[in-house]
Design a protein around this ligand. Structure first.
Ligand code: ZN
Length: 120
């Protein structure tokens, strides 16, 4: 393999240890283990400046077919505003940015909760 090889997907999620098992299981269910680029950053799409830069690099280097943005409830990086509306707004901003870099890329935005993973 070379650095120019393609990947199936790009996964973006928060660093929070409480949600890693669920995210890993979801990626496994999608048949992606070992076949995706991963960006783990506090707050995921909340830090647009850093996460957009890292995502852009992943797309340019590995040309993923689709991307999954995992937001999660009770995120420390969001502090007091953990409303789904705010998570959705940030995820949407990142989604629009990624679609701008690679038109046609399929992007799924999800909300990881203590009860399971839901559509955002
Ligand atoms: Zn978090």
């Amino acid at each position: 393999m070379s650095v120019k090889d393609k990947t199936k997907a790009l996964a973006i999620h928060c660093i929070d240890f409480r949600f890693q098992k669920q995210i890993e299981k979801d990626l496994e269910k999608r048949g992606l283990l070992g076949q995706f680029d991963r960006i783990a950053w506090p707050g995921a799409s909340r830090d647009f400046e850093n996460v957009s830069k890292a995502s852009e690099l992943s797309i340019k280097l590995h040309n993923p077919v689709f991307a999954i943005i995992y937001e999660h409830e009770d995120c420390g990086a969001y502090r007091e505003d953990n409303s789904p509306k705010t998570h959705r707004k940030n995820a949407q901003r990142l989604k629009t940015f990624l679609e701008g870099i690679k038109p046609g890329v399929k992007i799924t935005t999800l909300m990881v909760t203590f009860e399971g993973i839901k559509k955002l």
